[in-house]
Design a protein around this ligand. Structure first.
Ligand code: MF3
Ligand code: CO
Ligand code: CO
Length: 325
């Protein structure tokens, strides 16, 4: 199977470039410019010296009751895993350029985690085959790194999660690949603002619905959509715990934020409609209208008087990133 359209132009009745055997007009003609699945390389190995989460070998994720409020000792370990994830995210973003494949990004991120003594949490999580998620353009989240070549003008979300010291740190950002159009840059900028407004709404004693309200209000002001199907989550010794963080307002989100709680805030904001569709791979979520979408994510801790961003701080993607210049 070919994974990229050829440079030249095909006639409607020519065989499609993808190797399907169908006519071009019945196959890819109306889908050019969209992201298509490529070849997924074999799973990369993690050295035995690196402590692994329980699903690493089986792909089966068991859930257990984990306190919502973390002990000071767990929190200290989460500061470290958060820092590792943040640094890997920044380095991965700097690695992006037109012409590289997302599989090359995967190999790079895989090694960055291992060098830091961390297991890439996504690897074999419910069978997920790679060490990060790479979500381009209309891909909302959970894009699988593959043979697709990054193109000048792509916007690319990298979502990295590391397991080190027995706890996970989860963060993502949307980056520009080469020269990106103004509408996409604005989408990225507002999405990052939404994320920070959500973070600023974190306060002990308040319901988690404050977070979704802050995000949704800002997105609506710019007439963007807020994806509903994917939400922020509790995090700690498990990648995903019971806390649910909606990125839109719902009066039923009454859980009270308490000092010591840890969760992610990770809004996905769309240029057009917020509805999604799944690819046949069972992972990749795309916008139903194929318009572009952006996302940012941080792992946060509720403190006595507000919030601490465990995946922020020095080493993280900076406010000086290209889309803010
Ligand atoms: N990092 C993603 C999140 O923010 C989850 C990825 S799970 C995977 O929750 F299996 F898709 F990799
Ligand atoms: Co997350
Ligand atoms: Co994530």
């Amino acid at each position: 199977m070919n994974t990229q359209p050829p440079a030249g132009s095909l006639q409607a009745n020519d065989p499609c470039w993808c190797g399907s055997g169908r006519k071009y007009k019945r196959c890819h003609r109306n889908t050019e410019g969209r992201v298509h699945p490529g070849e997924i390389s074999p799973m990369r190995l993690v050295p035995d010296t690196i402590p692994r989460p329980s699903y690493a070998d089986s792909g089966v994720v068991e859930h257990w009751d984990e306190p919502l409020v973390k002990s000071p000792e767990i929190i200290e370990r989460m500061r470290h895993s958060g820092k590792v994830a943040a640094e890997v995210l920044r380095l991965a973003g700097e690695f992006l350029e037109p012409g590289k494949t997302t599989d090359e990004v995967d190999a790079y991120v895989h090694d960055l985690f291992i060098e830091r003594g961390a297991y890439p949490s996504t690897l074999n999580y419910h069978g997920y085959p790679k060490s990060l998620c790479t979500s381009a353009n209309e891909v909302i989240c959970h894009g699988i790194p593959d043979s697709r070549v990054m193109l000048d003008g792509d916007i690319m979300n990298l979502d990295v999660t590391g397991f080190v010291g027995g706890v996970h740190g989860d963060t993502n950002a949307t980056f520009c690949v080469g020269d990106v159009d103004e509408a996409s840059r604005e989408l990225i900028r507002i999405t990052e603002e939404c994320t920070w407004l959500g973070i600023e709404a974190v306060r002990p004693g308040r319901p988690v619905s404050d977070i979704g309200r802050a995000i949704e209000d800002h997105a609506k002001e710019h007439r963007y959509g807020v994806v509903k199907a994917f939400i922020g989550h509790g995090i700690g010794e498990q990648f995903h715990t019971d806390i649910q963080i909606l990125h839109y307002y719902d009066s039923r989100s009454t859980l009270e934020m308490l000092p010591g709680m840890t969760f992610t805030i990770e809004p996905m904001i769309t240029l057009g409609d917020w509805r999604h569709r799944m690819w046949d791979d069972g992972w990749t979520a795309v916008t139903a209208d194929w318009q572009r979408t952006a996302q940012f994510e941080h792992t946060v801790l509720v403190t006595e008087d507000g919030v601490e961003v465990l995946t922020g701080g020095p080493g993280a993607v900076s406010a000086e990133a290209p889309w803010n210049r």
